[in-house]
Ligand binder design. Structure first.
Ligand code: SF4
Ligand code: SF4
Length: 299
């Protein structure tokens, strides 16, 4: 099962929930993907040893002026206006290019080759707890997170990361993949939660928390994925988040109280279940409730 843990804004405790949920399950059959490629931090709680690293990017067209007949076909097929014929020249605008390869395929003179523009890296490895971990890290200043997240998600599907620390002939069947999504509601978030069986939205009971929760609920409904809410720092604000959840028929699956000792432990890089071991049972309950909702949605 693929569970995405998301929130409409940063700092709600999304990574706290994602990592402690993973640590509460059968860790040897659980994988965590940190999809927050602009600011990954789940590794701080899981302490992986990275065994594999790969550059990720998009293929940018390079035009061979000697072959190009200036027919303009490449510019016609490019939906992103990333290549243009201007006078006797062909210009490529890498910052607009999505690396779709359409121009290369459609060039009648085979004048276009492709070169990898590195956007970041993906890396993976085991953790001392048995949870397997992979993350994407975007290069500073790069504008595109989505290709890195897409590649990170593909890794586990194709078995790349899953086979890294295992015997060659051993088949790995992850029971649970937990995707720690980036904050916000933009394209990287949509790419992260797309294909998940369930989205757990982490929020806090404040006006800001409610505002961003509403936005994120719209996104998840649009993607038609079952959703539930985890309220973190319960007790900090008002009852408006509960009211909204009741009205929108959103199950509140778990509450984590406002507690200074939890905050202090997390600031030291300790997972919630290490600070408060009794939370292991709460996260197992959360998992069971998610399982029930997913099974009900499949009927
Ligand atoms: S690879 Fe795609 S986006 Fe980039 S220039 Fe070619 S057609 Fe346009
Ligand atoms: S499609 Fe090929 S030949 Fe035509 S303008 Fe583009 S690069 Fe040149």
């Amino acid at each position: 099962m693929r569970i995405a843990v998301a929130s409409g804004k940063g700092g709600t405790g999304k990574t706290t929930v994602a990592t402690s949920l993973a640590l509460s399950l059968d860790t040897t059959r659980t994988m965590v993907l940190d999809c927050d490629v602009e600011a990954p931090n789940a590794h701080l709680f899981l302490n992986p040893t990275f065994e594999r690293r790969e550059e990720v990017g998009i293929l940018i067209p390079q035009v061979d002026g000697g072959r190009c007949s200036l027919c303009g076909r490449c510019a016609e097929v490019c939906q992103f206006h990333a290549i243009a014929v201007i006078g006797q020249n062909i210009l490529v605008f890498p910052e607009l290019c999505h690396g779709c390869g359409s121009c290369t395929l459609n060039c009648p003179e085979q004048a276009i080759s492709e070169q990898l523009d590195v956007l970041g890296i993906i890396e993976a490895g085991p953790t001392p707890t048995g949870v397997y971990f992979a993350r994407g890290v975007m290069k500073v200043g790069e504008p595109m997170a989505v290709p890195i997240i897409r590649e990170l998600k593909r890794w586990d599907i194709e078995g790349g990361a899953t086979s890294l620390s295992r015997q060659q002939d051993e088949t790995y069947d992850w029971e649970t993949i937990i995707l720690d999504a980036p904050p916000g509601t933009s394209c990287p978030v949509v790419e992260s939660v797309h294909g998940a069986d369930f989205v757990a939205l982490v929020t806090e009971p404040t006006p800001f928390g409610l505002h961003d929760l509403r936005l994120m609920v719209e996104v998840v409904h649009e993607l038609d994925i079952p959703v539930g809410v985890v309220i973190n720092r319960d007790g900090i604000g008002d009852a408006e988040v509960d009211k909204f959840c009741a009205e929108a028929d959103l199950p509140v699956l778990m509450r984590i109280p406002l507690d200074r000792s939890i905050g202090a432990g997390i600031a030291q890089g300790k997972p919630l279940v290490a600070i408060r071991p009794e939370y292991t049972d709460h996260f197992r309950d959360l998992y069971r409730r998610i399982l029930d909702i997913v099974q009900e949605a499949e009927l």
